[in-house]
Design a protein around this ligand. Structure first.
Ligand code: FE2
Length: 233
């Protein structure tokens, strides 16, 4: 399966080493990669059981509740997953993770001096439908500081992971919000080539906005071809 794919156009993706994004200097490979042929189990192996994905899994405002609603501005994030010909991809497992509205992750290494939300875990997943559409309900994540450089703050973002039909077909990227002033200073966003960066920014959508409940954002993910979404290497 992987061998049959249209080759990825690497000019739309960040380089392995982007000096402004400090940790890539340490972890990015500096020698050419050695292609390994995928084994049958990697190509065909199931990555999850369909039954395991429940309805609440895609609603981050509910899947971590303990004694109430999570704090923050409710949003709906939705879009299609498309291949290089614009065909929708059904049955794609999408996992997301994000900081809470205050910019804090539920993670042992997150020491940001911002409150945890007892009703928000920050993780969710869903599977695209027959039209390639996914949909999450969540709260808008807050910006948070990181130690990459002086006064470094990540723009508001949601991490996305996409699984194809096999274990070896995983893609990881981040979705941003329109008009975020921190985008101009973020080395992770800026590591994506200039012409492809805007594909990482979601679009405010009144059509997806739910009256008196949540603002809608549309984020289309294109896996191959000229409009492909930049992915993390
Ligand atoms: Fe993050």
């Amino acid at each position: 399966m992987t061998d049959a794919f249209t080759p990825r156009d690497w000019s739309a993706h960040p380089p392995y080493v982007f000096p402004g994004y400090k940790s890539t200097r340490l972890r990015g490979p500096t020698k050419p990669l050695i292609p390994l042929k995928a084994t049958l189990s990697e190509v065909t192996g199931p990555v999850y059981g369909h039954e395991a994905v429940g309805a609440l899994d895609s609603d981050l405002t509910r899947n971590g509740r303990r004694n109430g609603e999570p704090l923050g501005e409710r949003i709906i994030v939705t879009g299609r997953v498309l291949d290089e010909a614009g065909r929708p991809l059904r049955n794609t497992l999408i996992e997301v993770w994000q900081a809470n509205a205050a910019g804090r992750y539920v993670h042992v290494t997150d020491r940001h001096d911002a409150p945890l939300d007892p009703n928000f875990l920050g993780g969710g997943r869903c599977v695209t439908d027959d039209a390639g559409v996914y949909r999450f309900t969540t709260v808008r994540p807050g910006a948070y500081p990181w130690r990459n450089h002086a006064n470094a703050w990540r723009p508001c973002h949601i991490h996305f992971s996409l699984f194809g039909n096999g274990l070896a077909s995983r893609l990881v990227t981040q979705m941003y919000f329109p008009g975020d002033p921190l985008l101009a200073y973020d080395p992770i966003f800026l590591s994506a080539p200039e012409g492809a960066r805007d594909r990482l920014i979601s679009r405010f959508s009144l059509d997806d906005t739910q009256e008196a409940y949540a603002l809608g954002y549309d984020f289309e993910i294109v896996l191959r071809g000229p409009g492909q979404t930049p992915m993390e290497r």
